[in-house]
Design a protein around this ligand. Structure first.
Ligand code: LLP
Length: 393
């Protein structure tokens, strides 16, 4: 929901740009921290969701750790003031250079995704005369009930170590003198809206921690990953996710032993609702079968709808603002449009058959809930300009 001052401000700016509502961002971060603190849970922000420096500054200021998936993310977390002892590093393909970056930084822990990787981290740590803390990322084979492109915890996915390899993991850990086992790590997928899924994950985590304890390993950390979803359909009604309900599932269903730490890696839930992509209608094409709204933003600025068939709410800010100030019987008629971008690809379509007030060249269009995996996935394809950001402050 944008107020009239904000829309007037947009009217003076060149489009497209991401607009960040920093007030909502802080409100969301604080809601999450409050809910996590209730149970003493630790949250690492999944930086991949958005590494815009203003967003990182906000996340860091409320005390979250950082969940990184590249050496550059580790370096950026440190440069942005995140505590090294609260940095975790995951990823199926960590290069030697990236591992060395993380070893030099003495990060809290590597989330290790294969037995071969365990051996390589051990070798590189040995060369530096260091001991690397590691958690084993286990593929729990739990279906996240989300889009198959963003499911990660099934046997068919490339992530993590499968249950049948655990004996070999235990042998490797025993013989690697430069590794210190700290715990187990999971991540089953993203945009998970059915909390029941997390109950199934808890059952698997409990089984796995028993396995490690039975084989003589103390499990200090249970890292449950991220994935909590947001309401893409009703951003104004549900701007802040249900962090309380989410953490309560883990409190109720995990067997948390005394002295054990429970870690989370939330990305989307913390940042998605706080940004929108703002663009303008360049052209309106009225066809016999279809009407097209051609925007000045496309898949180069926001690729989620094209890559994952993701729904993201589209609004015509100019007409809605106008309608608000008119009496209801003067409201402009509603039409159906395919809302598309300018890129030379047929897939460059935000959404088909969107019902919008009759729209015209120059109207401001918002694509809502774009704060996660939006700006950070932008590209320069077609040699487009880089995307700009505008902030509520
Ligand atoms: N931890 C690990 C190991 C992950 O791989 C991810 C996300 C997260 C945490 C954070 O997940 P979140 O809380 O944000 O769901 N680009 C896709 C989403 C890819 C998610 C990748 N991994 C999208 O736009 O839907």
């Amino acid at each position: 929901m944008f107020d009239t001052n904000t829309i007037s401000r947009f009217n003076t700016l060149e489009t497209p740009f991401y607009y960040y509502d920093l007030g909502l961002l802080y409100q969301t971060l604080n809601a999450c921290i409050t809910a996590a603190d209730k149970y003493g849970f630790h949250v690492h922000y999944a930086m991949k969701a958005n590494f815009n420096p203003k967003v990182l500054a906000a996340v860091q200021s409320v005390g979250f750790g950082a969940d990184c998936v590249s050496g550059n993310e580790v370096s950026a977390a440190i440069a942005n003031g995140f505590d090294k002892s609260k940095i975790v590093f995951a990823g199926v393909g960590k290069s030697d250079r990236e591992i060395n970056t993380a070893l030099d930084a003495d990060i809290f822990c590597f989330n290790v995704e294969s037995i071969q990787e365990l051996n390589i981290i051990n070798e590189l740590a040995k060369a530096k005369n260091k001991v690397a803390r590691v958690a084993i990322r286990i593929n729990p084979n739990v279906d996240a009930h989300t889009h198959h492109f963003i499911t990660t915890g099934l046997d068919e996915n490339k992530f993590g170590i499968n249950g049948w390899q655990l004996n070999e993991v235990a042998d490797t850990l025993r013989k690697c003198a430069n590794l210190q086992f700290v715990g187990i790590h999971f991540h089953i997928g993203s945009q998970i809206t059915d909390l029941e899924v997390y109950k199934s994950l808890c059952v698997r985590i409990n089984e796995m921690q028993d396995w490690f304890e039975d084989h003589g390993f103390q499990v200090k950390v249970l890292n449950t990953g991220g994935g909590l979803g947001v309401d893409y359909h009703n951003p104004d009604q549900n701007p802040v996710p249900d962090f309380e309900g989410y953490f309560k599932v883990f409190k109720d269903f995990l067997h948390i032993k005394s002295g054990q730490e429970v870690h989370f890696e939330l990305g989307r839930a913390l940042v998605a609702q706080s940004a929108s992509l703002i663009s303008r209608v360049l052209y309106v094409k009225n066809g016999q079968k279809k009407n097209f709204l051609i925007l000045d933003a496309g898949m180069t600025e926001l690729i989620r709808p094209m890559l994952y068939q993701a729904y993201m709410k589209i609004e015509n800010l100019t007409r809605e603002f106008e309608n608000e100030s008119q009496i209801s019987n003067l409201k402009s008629q509603i039409l159906k449009y395919d809302v598309v971008g300018p890129i030379c690809e047929s897939t460059d379509c935000f959404q088909k058959d969107v019902e919008l007030p009759e729209s015209f060249r120059g109207d401001l269009i918002a694509v809502r809930t774009a704060g996660a995996y939006g700006e950070v996935m932008a590209s320069r394809y077609n040699l487009r300009d880089g995307i700009q950001s505008v902030y509520s402050d």
